[in-house]
Design a binder for this molecule. Structure first.
Ligand code: GDP
Ligand code: CA
Length: 334
């Protein structure tokens, strides 16, 4: 297989991609050519305008991670970061003060915002930023249109009993600690796939759903008109890796998001949510963690090829082994 397309969120997707590229470079992913090329369709529904700047957290997490600029401890933002601008803005009392804007990171947002202001679409801006970072993949925003995930939370002071906050406010300020009553992705239905997005799915030899958030990362990409149809019709096998291990997310907030849309928080629950391609869904195969092996038969019965292997992305080799298992499953699935 030569052309691999991955539908990615931020941290989970980026770590998987790092392991996949590591495995391709070292020849430890049987079935993939040594010169295999990876295209990433990244979620942009986390994007936010803040202090006049356009911030694209998932695009930047993938770009910095694969370009070796990420702060590996935090898992987001730039290494060797300082926070002077954020402190100065707070001293002026300018809201929001909760959003994590580092000084180095701000340079990326300024370049992006200036290019957008000059009329370039996000896809071209992303390509320009990648000229510096050389992530080793083709990085495509899912859409050039403005799409933003918002979350409804309970608020006793509001007449409706509810308040709607931007996804970043839910995650960064509220730390996903209050129940999400509803997830609304503003602009999604009216958006168009970014340049190259549909072709990347229909021309691929393999499509992978990495262990990214099934609702606010992969779910929003699938919601871009024509993307789900492309997955259903592509001749390439489509395999996913469960972001739920042992009944919970490893890190992040997949649990809160799945609960908000009424999907069981389990490896099998997410598999059923994505569904088999033989029954109108998007999956041919689904990898689950070894500790969830009891669910294998149930997932196979739903028409989805399934194996249980270790799915903890502890280091590049472990993650490359996950990629190898995904490729093996894809080859058996079709
Ligand atoms: P985000 O945009 O930064 O939230 O990142 P993604 O959407 O790409 O991925 C976040 C999800 O990755 C989390 O909700 C977890 O469920 C999942 N995840 C993180 N680390 C691991 C891991 O080591 N193994 C597995 N199987 N899933 C993981
Ligand atoms: Ca994200």
């Amino acid at each position: 297989m030569k052309k691999i397309t991955v539908l990615s969120g931020g941290m989970g997707g980026a770590r998987f991609l790092q392991g996949l590229l590591h495995g391709i470079a070292n020849g430890t992913v049987p079935g993939l050519d040594a010169d295999a090329h990876v295209t990433v369709i990244a979620n942009t529904a986390d994007d936010i305008w803040v202090h006049g700047m356009k911030v694209c957290p998932d695009l930047d997490t993938v770009m910095y991670t694969l370009g070796d600029g990420i702060d590996t401890d935090r898992g987001w933002g730039r290494r060797a970061e300082t926070w002077h601008v954020k402190e100065e803005l707070a001293a002026y009392g300018v809201e929001p003060t909760w959003f994590g804007l580092g000084d180095r990171d701000i340079a990326t947002h300024l370049v992006r915002t200036q290019m957008l202001d000059a009329g370039y679409p996000l896809s071209q801006v992303t390509a320009a930023l990648c000229d510096r970072w050389n992530p080793g993949v083709t990085l495509l925003p899912m859409t050039d249109d403005r799409v933003e995930t918002h979350v409804a939370i309970a608020d006793e002071e509001s007449p409706s009993g509810r308040r709607v906050v931007h996804f970043q406010e839910y995650w960064v300020r509220l730390r996903a600690a209050v129940p999400a009553e509803m997830v609304v992705v503003v602009g999604l239905d009216e958006s168009s796939p970014g340049p190259g997005v549909i072709d990347a799915i229909t021309d691929a030899d393999l499509v992978v759903l990495p262990p990214s958030n099934p609702v606010v990362s992969v779910g929003t990409i699938l919601g871009v008109p024509r993307v789900r149809e492309a997955l259903q019709s592509t001749p390439a096998p489509v395999v996913g890796l469960s972001p739920i291990v042992g009944g919970t997310h490893v890190r992040g907030m997949a649990e809160q998001m799945l609960t908000s849309i009424g999907v069981e928080v389990s490896a099998a629950g997410v598999a059923r949510h994505y569904g088999s391609r033989t029954a109108g869904g998007v999956l041919d195969g689904w990898l689950i963690d070894s500790r969830d092996h009891d669910a294998v038969e149930e997932i196979r019965a739903a028409g989805i090829a399934c194996d249980a292997v270790p799915l903890m992305m502890t280091d590049h080799d472990a993650t490359a082994a996950m990629a190898a298992a995904a490729v093996a499953l894809a080859r058996n699935a079709r």
